[in-house]
Design a protein around this ligand. Sequence first.
Ligand code: DGL
Length: 259
Amino acid sequence: MTDKCACDRPIGVLDSGMGGISTLKALVAELPHENFIYYGDDKNAPYGLKTAEEVRVLTENAVVFLLERGAKAIVIACNTATGAAATYLREKYTDIPIIGAEPAIKPAVSYRHRSKILVMATPLTLSTERFGRLADSVKGDCDIIGLPCHGLVELVEAGKTEGDEVDKTLHGLLDRYVGRIDSVVLGCTHYPFLSKAISAIVGENVPLFDGNRGIAAETRRRLETEHIISDRREDGNVLFETSAGDADTLRIARRLLGT
Ligand code: DGL
């Protein structure tokens, strides 16, 4: 895929819903001249409460949707979908770069050795073998505490990133860790939209790590290696597609991209 046409084609970005927009923001910042098609499978969110097989099927449907619209590379902007489907998809779609998302444990380990790292993620992400392998391979002398976070994806999907309902849900999840952790990994792409509310609870001195800048840098690297990076000089654009397809969802998506 080294032809000029491939360079001009969009990058496909997918998530169960709106969470991947936090990744999309990093991608647009890193690759401002690229066009993007963002697919949010809002109708089927949250993925984190489904089985790995259900998520694999839904993720492949999203990839096919994006390939049919000419995507030159796929970014799975969802930790849950990456855990359930990335290996399978990379084996099946060998002629297209597929970049995945995984909880940013490594930067948290580098931040402080012998520390306690709280990994907020969906129940499915935390239950995958992939997560266990990742944690074991990078944790060194740190303690990794996995926290399945029920309810957060639903709040972001409804466009709620602050306020009483957000605070109440986060207090229920986080209060028992206050003062007992050194850093937090936001292991779901929905959670960066809740960063302010999370920091207000765990303390501003506790750093939050997400993988979005790493994903954007890796996407650039893959486009360069495959010689499919755009040589356009003007800014690219973003096209939103959602399985829910209603005006409200698109309005929330655009607002989240702008925040
Ligand atoms: N944004 C997805 C992730 O990174 C959320 C999963 C969900 O829909 O539960 O895991």
